[in-house]
Design a protein around this ligand. Structure first.
Ligand SMILES: Nc1ncnc2c1ncn2[C@@H]1O[C@H](COP(=O)(O)OP(=O)(O)OP(=O)(O)O)[C@@H](O)[C@H]1O
Ligand SMILES: [Mg+2]
Length: 170
C-alpha cells in the first residue's frame, strides 16, 4: 500500500483482520507514518499548497483538508457524541484515513455501525485502512452488511492475520 501511494496509484482500502494482539494497530501506525510523509496535501510536500493549514491532527473542519489521520472506533464515537456529529462525512476528502478497532465497542443503538457505514460510503476510492477482530460475516451480522461489502469492493484488499498474540509471548 505504501509503495502504491508513493507511485500515485489509484487508491484502495486495506483491511487487517485478526485476533487480539496480532499486530494490527502496530502495522496501521506504520502505514499512517508513511502516509503522512507521502501525502501530497502536506505543505512540506507541495510548495504551491496553501500554507495556512495546520498539520496537527486536532483541527476544525474547513471543507478541504487532505490530511493523513488515524482514529479508533471508540475515539471516533466520542468525538461525534462530543459534538462533531458529522465527523465520518468530514473525512471524505482526506488523503489517508485509518480506522482501528472496528466492532469492539458496545453499540446497542447502532450509532457506531451507522457512523462507520457513512465513513465507508464517503471513503470509497480513497486511501483507507481498517482493522478489526471480527470476520466479515460478523461485521455483516452485527454491524451492517454494507460495511462488509465495501471492504471487498473491487481493488480493496483484505488481509487475515493468523499470528498469535505478541503480548502473551515471553
Ligand atoms: N511483528 C511483531 N513483532 C513483535 N511484536 C509485535 C509485532 N506486532 C505487534 N507486536 C507487539 O504486540 C502487541 C500487540 O500489537 P497490536 O496492539 O498492534 O495488536 P492488535 O492486533 O492491534 O491487537 P488488538 O486487536 O488487541 O487491538 C504490541 O505490544 C506490539 O508492540
Ligand atoms: Mg489494536
Amino acid at each position: 500500500m505504501v509503495a502504491d501511494m508513493e507511485k500515485g496509484a489509484d487508491p484502495y482500502w486495506l483491511t487487517l483482520q485478526g485476533p487480539f494482539g496480532c499486530g494490527k494497530t502496530m502495522l496501521m501506525r506504520q502505514v499512517f507514518e508513511q502516509a503522512k510523509r507521502i501525502n501530497p496535501g502536506n505543505p512540506a510536500n507541495n510548495p504551491i499548497w496553501p500554507p495556512e493549514w495546520e498539520s496537527s491532527e486536532q483541527h476544525v473542519y474547513t471543507g478541504r483538508r487532505p490530511y493523513a489521520l488515524i482514529y479508533d472506533e471508540g475515539g471516533m464515537a466520542s468525538r461525534m457524541r462530543a459534538g462533531q456529529y458529522d465527523l465520518p462525512r468530514e473525512l471524505r476528502d482526506d488523503y489517508f484515513v485509518a480506522l482501528d478497532e472496528i466492532g469492539v465497542t458496545r453499540d446497542p443503538t447502532n450509532f457506531i455501525a451507522e457512523a462507520i457505514s457513512t465513513f465507508c460510503d464517503v471513503r470509497l476510492r480513497s486511501w483507507t485502512m481498517l482493522a478489526t477482530n471480527l470476520s466479515l460475516q460478523e461485521i455483516a451480522d452485527r454491524m451492517d452488511g454494507r460495511i462488509a461489502s465495501r471492504i471487498l469492493r473491487s481493488g480493496n484488499k483484505f488481509i487475515a492475520i493468523t499470528a498469535g498474540d505478541y503480548a502473551l509471548r515471553d
